[in-house]
Design a protein around this ligand. Structure first.
Ligand code: GCO
Ligand code: MG
Length: 403
């Protein structure tokens, strides 16, 4: 069954998404997500200019071969652009395989290893009272795991806390990146108080997560991990800039707080040391930025060998196509940990018709053949691309800091 057409659709139903549509001679269509937040057009060009010409005429059922053809064949391997592009092709081909077989993708991956996928939502607040209100809303909605982020007193803007005007906290609107302000001392004093306030109010019966967003040095992260221990966090996410794998050894030596990292990784090589030296507890690579279902499964298999669990990135800047693909993987692997679920803003559901469901804190990808997401190209055309940047972070003296 040959591929006869492949096209890239860039649309902005609530936020920007790059979608790859692959069409086969038998009429079966597959969709993949190629969104790289704030750098969307680079992946669109990689696909349109360099990958689509290679896909036409290829056998759609040869997923593994196509993966290596695109990965090794380019010579210039890895990086977020190439790996997001390969992911989009890979996800679309799994979608096609499922539709041809008449089975949901998770059945092709070995079938359900659990009844549902535990997801965590985001609770945020401009102060502790607001955070507690939002946390309570998540518990009322049935969430078993919730991430807590709160404005740091003294800082005008904190990661993870949306502006008061109802916009999402990322990306910034406008033609230039928004500037955030950062001060490590204030954050390190406040974060344990925030976690304490949540435990005092809601007890220990809910999984409590927190995202540091790559902002600390190893010794600062070690101090934070130790300070959080009494509140028994599910994980401390992205404590230090993720590209320095050996930094995690120092954190590990000082704290038993579980560590999660990997949303910015794009291959197994980015986490090889972290996993094989048991420096982390959860690997957060996503299906759309780490080479698709084929490569993500490879990462999770390596992780399983070393007792590391999955905890995939699932922010709203990954499209519903990615999210569905993530749920199929989550449902089928033995070492599933948790899945991030941020949801998608309206009018995303006018463009992406999904079949996944949420019940009592758990999600299921549904049982439609393939991924279970239908992409409405006509509807997408009504929401043209809207260029936006992620924020840039500076310390109080103006030095650019990790974001
Ligand atoms: C998370 C992430 C995101 C990223 C975003 C960047 O844990 O959900 O940190 O919020 O910042 O995906 O585009
Ligand atoms: Mg994060």
């Amino acid at each position: 069954m040959k591929i006869i057409d492949a096209r890239v659709v860039i649309s902005s139903p609530g936020r920007n998404y790059v979608t790859l549509v692959i069409e086969t001679e038998s009429g079966v269509i597959g969709v993949g997500d190629a969104t790289l937040n704030g750098r969307e057009l680079s992946v669109a060009s990689y696909l349109r200019d360099h990958v689509v010409p290679l896909l036409i005429g290829r056998e759609a059922n040869r997923i593994e071969d196509t993966w290596h053809y695109l990965y090794k064949g380019s010579y210039w391997r890895r990086g977020p652009v190439q790996m997001t592009a390969i992911a989009a092709v890979d996800i679309a081909l799994w979608d096609i395989k499922g539709k041809v077989a008449g089975l949901p993708v998770y059945e092709l991956l070995g079938g359900a290893a659990r009844e549902g996928v535990m997801v965590y939502g985001h609770a945020t607040g401009a102060d502790l009272d607001e955070l507690k209100d939002d946390f309570r809303k998540h518990l009322d909605a049935g969430y078993k795991a919730v991430r807590a982020q709160c404005s740091v007193p003294g800082l005008s803007k904190t990661y993870g806390v949306p502006p008061a005007d109802g916009r999402m906290y990322e990306p910034a609107s406008g033609s230039l990146p928004q500037q955030d302000v950062w001060e490590t001392t204030a954050y390190l004093d406040f974060a344990p108080r925030m976690m304490e306030a949540i435990r005092e109010e809601f007890g220990f019966g809910v999984h409590l997560l927190h995202d540091v967003h790559h902002r600390l040095t190893p010794i600062e992260a070690a101090r934070l991990g130790a300070a959080l221990e009494p509140y028994r966090p599910f994980w401390m996410e992205d404590p230090t800039p993720a590209e320095d794998q050996s930094a995690f050894r120092l954190i590990r030596e000082h704290t038993t707080t579980p560590i999660a990292v990997g949303e910015v990784f794009n291959s197994i090589w980015d986490c090889q040391q972290l996993i094989t030296e048991r420096l982390i507890d959860y690997i957060r690579t996503s299906v759309s930025h780490a080479g698709g279902i084929t490569h993500l499964r490879r990462i999770f298999s390596l992780a399983e060998l070393y007792g590391v669990k999955s905890g995939s990135h699932g922010a709203g800047d990954l499209s519903p196509v990615s999210f569905a693909a993530a749920l199929h993987v989550d449902l089928s692997i033995p070492n599933f940990g948790v899945q991030e679920y941020m949801g998608h803003r309206e009018p995303a559901n006018e463009v992406f018709h999904t079949s996944y469901s949420f019940e009592n804190g758990y999600m299921h990808p549904g049982n439609l053949p393939g991924l279970g997401v239908e992409f409405d190209e006509k509807a997408a055309a009504a929401f043209p691309y809207d260029p936006k940047y992620l924020p840039v972070n500076r310390k109080l003296d103006g030095t650019v800091h990790d974001w």
